[in-house]
Design a protein around this ligand. Structure first.
Ligand SMILES: CC(C)(COP(=O)(O)OP(=O)(O)OC[C@H]1O[C@@H](n2cnc3c(N)ncnc32)[C@H](O)[C@@H]1OP(=O)(O)O)[C@@H](O)C(=O)NCCC(=O)NCCS
Length: 226
């Protein structure tokens, strides 16, 4: 396969439908064990498909067979490839998986199903900052769920880019969203720090929200399907 070229300030986002994804098995022994640890077969299959997808995507950039990639994990469980200048992050929700690839180390992506049944204002009180709660409160009722999941995916993608899991307090940074975009407005009340980051709202598929976040000016996002 032809190698794919990544340039600075560009993020490549790959999408896969995990329930339709078929490829040669390429999982490492520890990944096979993890797949087996899921109770429900559908979750076993989706985990295996997501890891397979991730390996096949990375193989295109690294020009290396997918089964030869060796992931390492940070203290917080973020997978990475030691010694590589290609950075990635994976997210899945039901059958959909997205993988972001970048030359920027601090890269995060999140996809969530827009669940209309959730009491979003109640959940927001627990997880969102005062600023975000106010923003959600002012959003018209028919747009509230979408707004909630847009803010949520932006927060989650930022947390995933930082890579410290939920040890990073969710209420200590503010996200602003409008119809088409999202941005970080402050991190620990520091607006200058927030300006170092950029967020791009994606439109992954009907009824899902997704955002990619990186600590760089993202000038272009290219979408790929596998
Ligand atoms: C693990 C976590 C990083 C993301 O979890 P998630 O949103 O449930 O799941 P996603 O599908 O988006 O991401 C999972 C993938 O991220 C990667 N990942 C794991 N740990 C990570 C970390 N510390 N940082 C970044 N990425 C990580 C892995 O590739 C993982 O998938 P895999 O194990 O199947 O390969 C963590 O932030 C978490 O548990 N978040 C959910 C809790 C919450 O309350 N969020 C509120 C948002 S307002």
């Amino acid at each position: 396969l032809t190698p794919i070229l990544l340039t600075p300030h560009t993020v490549h986002v790959w999408r896969a439908n995990l329930d339709e994804y078929t490829s040669t098995p390429v999982l490492s022994p520890d990944e096979q064990l993890r797949a087996k640890s899921f109770v429900r077969p559908i979750h076993q299959k989706r985990f295996a498909a997501a890891r397979s997808f991730l390996r096949h995507v990375l193989a295109r950039y690294l020009q290396q067979p997918p089964q030869t990639l060796t992931f390492q994990y940070t203290h917080y469980g973020k997978p990475y490839l030691p010694g590589s200048s290609v950075y990635f992050n994976l997210s899945h929700s039901q059958q959909w998986a997205l993988c972001a690839i970048s030359l920027e180390e601090k890269i995060g992506i999140d996809i969530e199903e827009i669940n209309q049944e959730k009491d979003v204002e109640k959940i927001a009180v627990r997880f969102f900052s005062d600023y975000e709660n106010q923003l959600l409160h002012e959003t018209p009722a028919d747009k509230k769920h979408e707004a909630f999941f847009r803010i949520w995916t932006c927060k989650e993608a930022f947390i995933k880019a930082v890579g410290e899991g939920l040890s990073f307090p969710l209420k200590e940074f503010d996200v602003h969203i409008d119809e088409h975009s999202a941005r970080l407005i402050s991190i620990y009340q520091d607006e200058k720090e927030a300006q170092q980051w950029s967020c791009v709202v994606l439109d992954p598929t009907e009824n899902y929200a997704a955002t990619v976040v990186a600590k760089t000016a993202i000038k272009k996002v290219e979408l790929f399907e596998i």
